[in-house]
Each structure stands twice: as C-alpha cells, then as structure tokens.
Design a protein around this ligand. Structure first.
Ligand code: ADP
Length: 748
C-alpha cells in the first residue's frame, strides 16, 4: 500500500507546491495520521497525527468536505503558527463510498495558488487514491486471512476432509485423524463413505455428498459417523463443493464431534426436567418477586400457587405481594429486614390464602442485587408450616401437662433406663434434679428390683401393667405406689419406649389398714355385746313368764298387757341381736364352696315364702339360673333376703310378679331379683344397704339389717350389690358373684 500511495504522490506535479501529503483517517481514535508525502519542504514525518477538527486536515477528515484556502491567514480552521511559510492550502477527503479513508492535502507558499479546477483535479486524484488504498487494505486482509485459514486447517480439532468427484479422500487433516482414528495414509484415495459412514447411514450419506458436489450452497447437517474402533459418534457436518470455474472437482467437509455436546445437552435437559418435576411436586413454594410496597411475583412454581389457593400462575403473578400477608404492613417489615441483612432464613410469616384462610409460612430468601448494589428482586422458598406449628403446639401443651401433672410420670428406653421424669416424680422420690435420675435403671427406684423388672417386662411384652408396688426414696425410705405402666409404640407398632404414671398410695394404705383394724374391733365388740345381751334378755323373758303365771290375778288387765309388751319388746331385741350376730359372723365362718343349683334353690325359697306370706301361685320367672360353686349358706342367705323383701314390700293392689335371673359378664355372674312392688325412692337406693336403715313405708316386720347382711356377704365373696327402682312400679336388686372353678374332689 505504501508503494501505491507513493506512486500517487509522485503523480502530483510538485512544482510550486510547498508540500503534498496523504493522511489516513482513524475514525475510532478520531485522528488523522500522516502516511506519506512529498515536496520541497516536507514537514511531517510518518505517524504524525492530528486530531479531528484540528487544523484544515482535521476538519476535512472529520466532515468529509474539501477546503480550499487561498489565503490561510483568513481561514479560521488553519493552524498558522506551525507553518508560517504556507500561504494557500487545498485539502480534499479521500473517500470510498461513504467511508472517509483519509485526506489529500497540498500547501503552497504563494497566495491564491489554487483554482476551482485544481480542486476538481485533486478530488479525482483522491478518488483514485481511495481505490488504491481500499485495494491495499483488502489485499492485506486477504493475506492475513489466508495465514489464519492455513493455521486453522492445520490446528483445528475439527476434521477437515476433502474428496474428489469420485468421493475419494484427497485431504485428511490432524483433526480427522484424531476424530476418526485413521491416519491420512490409511484413507487417502479411498471412498469416504466406505470408511466413516455406518451401514444405516449409507443412503443418507450418498445423497448428501451428491448434493454437496452439485449445489453451490454449504450444507449443514447432523448425523452419525463411525470411528476406526467401531464406536459411533454424533457429528455436525458442513459440506461445500470445490469448484474450478463451473466444474465441480469434489467437496470439502468439516466434521465436528458433538457426542459430548449432545450428552451434555441431554444431561442438561434431564436435569432441567428433574428440577422441573422436583419444583412442581414438592410442597415447597419457589418464587422470585420484586421489591418494595408494589412488589409482584415474577416467578412462581406450581406449589406456591397451590399453597396460596390460587387457580393459575397468571392469577398469582398479577397479585401484589403485600396482599398475601394477614397484615399487609408485615411486608414492609420483611422488606426492611431483607434490605438490612440481604437475606432471611426460616422467617415465620402470618399469611393468608385466596379464601382468607390464615396460614403460617416459613420463608428463606435472598436479595438479588444489580452491579450497582441495588436490590432488584428476592429469590425465596416458602413452606406452609401451619400443621407443623399446630402439632408442635399440641405437643408443647402435652409436654407441659405432663411436666406439671400431679401424678408422677416417668419414661424409660427399651433397656429400662430413665429418659424422662416429671417434677412430681422427683418430689415423690425425694430427688432435687432430673440429672440425678436420668440415665439410671428404673428398677433401682423400687424396694424389690426383681419385682420392678417383672413389671417392666410385663408392660413391654403384654402392653401394660397396672398394680401396686413398694418404691424406695433417695433416702432409702419406702412408700406404696399405684402404678400404671405401658409400652409406647411408633406408628408401625414397634415399641419405642415405656411410660408409667404413679400415685402415692401410702396414705390410702394407712387408712385402709386403720379401717380394717377398726371394723375388726367393732365386729368383735358387736359380737361380744350381742352375746352378752342374750342371757339377760332370756332372763327378762323367763321372769316375765313366771310373773305372768304366778301373779295373773294381781296384775289385772292393765298389768298383764304391760307385761306382754315387755315380752314382745324382749323378742324384738332378741331378733335384733340375732341379726347383729349374723352380720358379725359373715366372713368369719366362710365355708368351702360347693355346687349350688341356683334354679332349684330359688324355687325352694319361693315355695317357702308362698306359704309364709300365704300367696298362691305368684308369677315367677326364672331366667338362665346357672349351677355355680360358692358358699352355700352365703348364697342361700342372699337369695332368701332379697326374695323375702320382694314379698314384704309387694304392692297389695297387684298380683305379685317376680323374676330371678342371671347374666354372665366376663368372669362374673350377675344375678338379679326383680319385683313389681312398691319401689324405693331414688335418694334411698344407697341407704337401704346400711344397717338398721328402714324406710317407713309399710308396717312390715323386719329390723333393717337384711340388706346390710346381704351386702356384707356379697362383698366378702368378692362381688358387688346395687339396686334400681321406680317408685310404685318395682325394684331390681343386682349382685355379682365371681365365677369359681369346680373345686377338687378332696375338698368337697
Ligand atoms: P327390713 O327388710 O328388715 O326392713 P332390709 O335391710 O331388708 O330391712 O331393707 C331395708 C329397707 O329397704 C326396707 O325397710 C325397705 O324400706 C327397703 N326395701 C328392701 N327391699 C325392698 C323391695 N324389694 N321393695 C321395696 N323396698 C324395699
């Protein structure tokens, strides 16, 4: 290019001109650079530059318009002081199309050295220079490109292969050797399709090669090729024809091994898919929303839309974020926190669904900032923890209920080591802190360790154990405990720990003992008194009879009557004493159980009572009366008393109707005696079982001890008695009797 420009410069007749210069423009740098020149007083050296708009040359380079100054002293754009010899100057742009390539500039020491014609000539000249310059540039570019291409072909990892019109390999670069595994020598002159095209792609390859050799455009396509070792790979092929004039000489193709890229793409697609299903299926909301009071969601996964009860993503994205808060002002607080710390973690927010249902969301989010540090949006995840909170709260309540329970409570692991005790436990056992207790074997807290481990075992294997045990305090003192132990299992039924609650029954035990002692005392007192009263009573009766016989006349009618009153009262007292004796004997004289046919027994008693009360054929139903093993005297006494009451307290206005029956409940018989008699007021249903308690309804014989005796017998035999009644309609008395096995023959 230098040469060319020099040539042009030489063409300019330098005569009379002070200097000629060609400048090239560098628009990027907004400068114009002196390239070459001539003339008697050339002032510039190569590389000298002037800024755009600096001096006449700078202006021409900038505007692309020529300047003709025949008196530079009058030209405002002239930089006079540098070259005082210059009087006139003509400067034209060198332009190629719209591009300003540079400036052609001529200066003269004469005033008015240039004409308009000169300007036109110079402009033509500049045009020629432009063409020369452009050509030179293109040449340079082509040359450097050629070098580039050469090194590219040499070094590229892609395979570059060319074939002749017969598809025989003529060019096979290093990339091809590497990709396909064949050396250039191995493939030169061979049919390309036979070497690298797998069987199922032969047809496709033939048609593509055919096309590449007959069309002018480059064909890009993706397919599969085979390596020397037989493995297949995905390739991207760009093929184009080699032309000489209009003749097709062959084709050149670039092969890019895209197996890895395909695999990576596939992996990416898979992971994207996974991520997508993950974020769509998990119950964790994933979102991105904008900041500030008008913040909106810009991203939302299906879970968050569902969590807030919205129907579609679009509906959700249209929302104002603050409206999801129960109290929209909370969003402001959230914003402040985010701006202050840049993130939040497990922040619990009081939110609400579309239908206003409140819920608690746990949010973790980070603030994303632009390069200037301004927060653009928040990326976060949210979880609905309402249920978890509720469960936690329920657990907390249970926990504190357990901790503050007045019953002592303890939990052990499956090995029997204490893992939890509440305050009442510590208090009861006399410890000050849980540390003293936890981790220790539970059996150590009892008087007899073996007994305690039996309890643990029973509750482990059977599920529970209820009973009484003697416990040992920290100071080794003993106390009675009622305990209820059970095994705790997980959802699958697997035992995970043991739990027990305890009640201190020391006091109860003490009272029980006291009562027993007192009642024994009382019983023996009653027995003695009754016994001792008997003989004076007999004497009273005996002497009264004697007096009656000896002094009948003297006593007179009145005296006799009074004497009879004494006798009948003595009889009454006698009966009372008899009942008392019976009562105190119950439990003392327990007989061996024997077989009792309760049906025959009931019938027998009814027969007797019919005679006694002079009642013919009352209606009596006998229902399921079993054969049992029991103390015969006791059982007879019960039935006798209950049935005779039914007769005594019958309703005189009705026919007597009775039912005697039994139902079996678990291990007990439940007998009943039902009548249609006068009935008992509700409030007396308990009283009637107390001794000498009579309801003054009916002037019937009796001491009021019958039911007390029955009650005592029933309880001595391990049963229970109670009554139900409707006044005026009748009463039913129930009593239970534990089932007993048939005694061994030796005992009968
Ligand atoms: P007694 O029969 O000697 O009066 P009991 O102890 O047998 O004493 O009964 C107590 C009281 O209970 C009776 O006085 C009576 O008022 C009431 N009573 C007992 N059995 C019946 C019954 N079958 N129907 C109505 N009242 C009854």
């Amino acid at each position: 290019m230098q040469k060319l420009i020099q040539k042009v410069v030489n063409l300019i007749p330098a005569l009379g001109y002070y200097q000629v210069g060609i400048w090239t423009s560098e628009p990027d740098k907004k400068r114009v650079i002196f390239e070459t020149g001539g003339g008697e007083a050339l002032r510039f050296s190569r590389g000298y530059s002037q800024r755009f708009k600096e001096g006449i040359i700078g202006w021409v380079a900038y505007t692309g318009k020529p300047i003709l100054a025949n008196d530079v002293s009058k030209e405002p754009r002239y930089l006079g002081k540098l070259y005082p010899e210059t009087k006139s100057e003509i400067s034209v742009p060198i332009r190629f199309g719209a591009r300003i390539l540079g400036v052609l500039d001529i200066q003269s020491t004469e005033l008015n050295a240039f004409t308009r014609e000169d300007l036109s000539v110079l402009q033509i000249l500049a045009g020629q220079i432009a063409v020369a310059m452009e050509n030179a540039r293109l040449y340079e570019e082509a040359r450097s490109k050629g070098d580039y291409l050469e090194s590219l072909v040499r070094n590229v990892t892609d395979a570059i292969v060319s074939v002749d019109s017969q598809r025989r390999v003529v060019e096979w670069n290093k990339g091809a050797e590497k990709i396909f595994g064949y050396t250039k020598e191995e493939v030169l002159g061979k049919d390309i399709d036979a070497i690298i095209v797998p069987k199922d792609k032969q047809k496709e390859a033939a048609s593509i090669t055919g096309r590449a050799m007959t069309s002018l455009e480059i064909i890009d396509f993706e397919t599969v090729r085979q390596r020397k070792n037989g493995t297949l790979m995905s390739v991207l092929i760009s093929a184009s024809p080699i032309l000489k004039g209009k003749k097709f000489l062959g084709a050149v193709a670039i092969y890019k091994d895209i197996t890895e890229r395909k695999r990576a793409l596939e992996a990416l697609r898979e992971s994207e898919e996974k991520y997508k299903t993950l974020t769509s299926n998990i119950n964790v909301g994933v979102y991105r929303n904008t900041v500030g009071p008008k913040g909106k969601f810009i991203e939302a996964n299906p879970a968050i839309v569902k969590m807030f009860g919205y129907k579609s993503r679009e509906e959700f994205l249209a929302l104002n974020v603050a409206n999801l808060y129960q109290n929209p002002a909370d969003r402001k607080k959230f914003n402040e926190k985010m701006l202050k710390f840049g993130y939040v973690r497990d922040e619990e927010l009081q939110l609400k669904k579309k239908d206003e249902t409140p819920f608690i969301g746990s949010v973790s989010a980070v603030a994303a900032k632009d390069e200037k540090g301004k927060v653009m949006y928040y990326d976060g995840i949210i979880e609905d923890i309402t249920e978890r909170k509720r469960a936690e709260e329920a657990l907390r309540i249970k926990d504190s209920a357990m901790a503050s329970s007045i019953s002592a409570i303890a939990i052990t692991d499956l090995e029997g080591n204490l893992t939890y005790v509440n305050n009442s436990f510590l208090k009861l056992w006399g410890y000050d802190s849980v540390e003293e207790v936890l981790g220790k074997l539970a059996v150590k807290f009892w008087q007899v360790e073996e007994k305690a481990s039996e309890v643990l075992e029973a509750s482990h294997y059977k599920g529970s154990w209820v009973g009484e045990l003697v416990a040992m305090r920290k100071d080794d003192s003993l106390f009675d405990v009622h305990l209820q132990a059970s095994r705790v299992t997980d959802k699958a039924g697997k035992p995970i720990c043991m739990m027990a609650s305890f009640i201190d029954i020391t006091e109860r035990k003490r009272i029980e003992k006291e009562i027993k002692r007192k009642s024994q005392e009382l019983e023996s007192f009653v027995y003695t008194v009754s016994h001792d009263l008997k003989s004076p009573l007999i004497s009273i009766k005996g002497f009264s009879e004697l007096l009656k016989a000896s002094s009948r006349d003297k006593l007179g009618k009145k005296g006799l009557h009074q004497l009879e009153r004494i006798v009948s009262n003595a009889d009454e007292v006698n009966r009372l004493i008899g009942d008392l004796l019976k009562l105190s004997r119950v439990g003392k004289a327990v007989q061996q159980p024997r077989e009792i046919d309760t049906l025959s027994l009931a019938k027998e008693i009814v027969e007797e009572l019919n005679l006694q009360f002079k009642i013919d054929h009352p209606t009596v139903k006998y229902l399921n009366l079993p054969v049992i093993y029991a103390d015969w005297l006791h059982f007879r006494q019960i039935l006798q008393n209950l049935l005779s009451n039914a007769y005594k307290f019958r309703n005189e206005t009705k026919e007597l109707e009775l039912a005697v029956g039994c139902t079996e409940v678990d291990n007990t018989y439940q007998f009943y005696v039902k009548d249609n008699g006068i009935g008992i007021e509700q409030q007396h249903l308990e009283d009637i079982f107390h001794i000498f308690r009579r309801l003054e309804d009916k002037p019937v014989e009796g001491t009021g001890a019958g039911l007390a005796i029955v009650k005592k017998i029933v309880e001595t035999n391990g049963g229970r008695i109670w009554a139900k009644s409707v006044r005026g309609k009748g009463s039913t008395f129930y009593f239970t009797f534990p089932k007993r096995k048939k005694p061994t023959s030796a005992r009968v």
